[in-house]
Ligand binder design. Structure first.
Ligand SMILES: [Zn+2]
Length: 543
């Protein structure tokens, strides 16, 4: 027999294969090239070790398949996190201090930028450029909401972007107006794009350096693959420049956006993009926004919210969305539909269900699913749609007492149908987990811990939101391994430790299936391997 190139040892290995290995004890993984050739006990591993085999013993560590974040924005997020971090500001006073600091730190003439704005932090009667102007004066300024779906722009920023000229093109839903004219609130990708064009952008070289640093930080939390649900602007150039600097610290899958404005020529361009790849990145699938967010009144609910908003799709032509999905399905391209409101979720399920009789074998995904009634839940398994969910959007931005903006907008019965992770699992759905960084922290330990508690795992006294939706430790690990891989149609390659799978490994200091969630939050990640190559080592941590 041929010996392994590498053997990686630990106290325990969780292969996460469906039937489970027949071994009583799994403590070793054999790797040849970038693939796993065997898993087994330490005794068995002796037979894999030849004179040239590199043996790494992680001692008391516990190995899982490399963790996959099913939904993130590592490249778009570089822009979304430009400037001052406001995510810690919860009151108007804190917000004012943060914005004043941002203005202070910005060179004269440059755009003042800040991100992470919580809707509840702005003083009554709500976000308006006048309050921002009072802090930044006549400078261009843009303040991004935490959910990435809206901004508040200063008067000077609106002038530079010529927003007033675009109101009729974009429509009142995307550009806020009142008796005094523009409010400064601009929403959704179509609205935000014209502002971004007005902001001087960093060079591809600088963005590539930031991307490398970000991916290294993500790898240090245990991630070996991140599915980026965007590929906008100069993202391909940034990826190529980043890879020229050295191997990416993890794999990236990237899904460009397909908006309602694209015609079939536009769809074909997205098809052609599917061929693009590098050493550790590949374009895979397309992302479609069927609605926006509940916080901004742009979700698509079956009935308007309490403010009379969130009752329309971002696709004015219903049939066009179905035509787009059918087109991509026919060409073998999986889609990921952003569907937050129950009407959007129902529509996505209907359309995906309609592809099956046509012979589709692709896994199409539905992203977010923030509120959904009972009757929609069994349909995920029935039509084979994967649910991709972000538990920390619930645990970090929604409160059990319903006092937050998200809950306040929804009728009570819909607010109670929030992020139904456990119901979907119990009904046999694939439930891939993710962070949606920079909307929430990318650390998979935080997402896995919170999803088990339905509250911030470090706050034992916080009331859980929908405690019946708690996932087990195994379910959350599956959400980052087997289920994440299944959602991308990559079950044989990723998310398992089995012969033939890619040698992507995460090594925890302790067992994530046994740790209390609060301990999982801070459990060190000793190492990650990507295609057999060490990607992160614990000593790399600057702690
Ligand atoms: Zn997202």
């Amino acid at each position: 027999m041929r010996y392994a190139d590498q053997v990686v040892l630990a106290r325990r290995v969780h292969p996460m294969t469906a039937d489970g290995p027949s071994y009583e004890v799994v403590e070793a993984v054999a790797i040849r090239g970038d693939r796993i050739t065997a898993v087994g006990s330490r005794a068995e591993a002796r037979g894999w070790i030849g004179p040239d085999t590199v043996v790494t013993d992680h001692g008391s560590g516990v190995i899982t398949p490399g963790l996959v974040d099913a939904h993130s924005h590592p490249i778009l997020g570089l822009r979304m996190t430009a400037g001052h971090d406001l995510s810690g500001a919860s009151s108007p006073a804190e917000l004012q201090a943060g914005l004043a600091a941002a203005a202070e730190a910005t060179a004269p003439g440059a755009w003042v930028q800040a991100w992470g704005l919580k809707p509840d932090a702005w003083p009554a009667p709500g976000p308006h450029r006048a309050w921002l102007d009072a802090i930044v004066g006549d400078r261009p300024a843009i303040v991004r909401f935490f959910d990435g779906h809206a901004v508040v722009a200063s008067t000077r920023a609106l002038e530079l972007a010529a927003t007033a000229d675009l109101v009729d093109v974009l429509g009142p839903g995307l550009v806020g107006r009142d008796a005094q004219g523009l409010t400064g609130v601009v929403r959704e990708p179509a609205g935000l794009a014209h502002l971004d064009e007005a902001i001087p952008q960093p060079s591809v070289h600088d963005e590539a350096a930031r991307l490398h640093d970000l991916l290294a930080a993500m790898a240090a939390t245990g991630l070996t693959t991140v599915h980026a649900l965007d590929l906008e602007g100069d993202a391909l150039a940034v990826l190529e420049a980043a890879e020229a600097r050295g191997p990416l610290p993890l794999r990236l899958l990237l899904s460009p956006w397909c908006g309602p404005e694209l015609d079939e020529d536009g769809w074909r361009e997205l098809l052609a993009l599917q061929q693009r790849s590098g050493e550790r990145w590949a374009v895979r699938g397309v992302k479609i926004f069927l609605d926006g967010t509940i916080d901004h009144g742009t979700a698509w609910l079956s009935r308007p919210d309490r403010w009379g908003q969130s009752d329309v799709s971002l696709w004015p032509d219903r049939d066009r969305y179905a035509a787009a999905l059918a087109f991509f399905d026919r060409h073998g391209v999986a889609t990921a539909t952003h569907a937050i409101g129950d009407a959007a979720v129902g529509r996505a399920l209907d359309v995906i269900g309609g592809l099956r009789p046509a012979g589709s074998t692709l896994v199409h995904r539905i992203e977010h699913i923030e509120t959904a009634p009972d009757h929609l839940l069994p349909r995920f398994a029935e039509v084979g749609a994967a649910a991709c969910m972000q538990p920390t959007h619930c645990t970090r931005y929604v409160t059990a007492d319903g006092s937050d903006n998200w809950s306040a907008r929804l009728p009570e019965h819909q607010a109670r149908q929030a992020w139904r992770t456990r119901d979907l699992r119990d009904l046999g759905a694939v439930v891939a987990l993710g962070s949606d960084w920079p909307i929430a922290h990318y650390d998979p330990r935080q997402v896995m811990a919170d999803a088990q508690e339905r509250r911030p795992a470090e706050l034992p006294d916080a009331a859980p939101v929908g405690p019946e939706q708690r996932l087990t430790a195994r379910m959350v690990l599956e959400g980052y391994t087997t289920h994440a891989a299944a959602a991308d149609g990559l079950s044989a390659e990723l998310g398992v430790l089995a012969p033939g799978a890619r040698a992507d490994l995460t090594v925890f200091a302790d067992d994530p299936l046994e740790l209390a969630p609060s301990a999982l939050l801070t459990c060190p990640v000793l190492a990650t391997y990507v295609g057999g190559e060490p990607a992160h080592r614990h000593t790399d941590l600057h702690r």
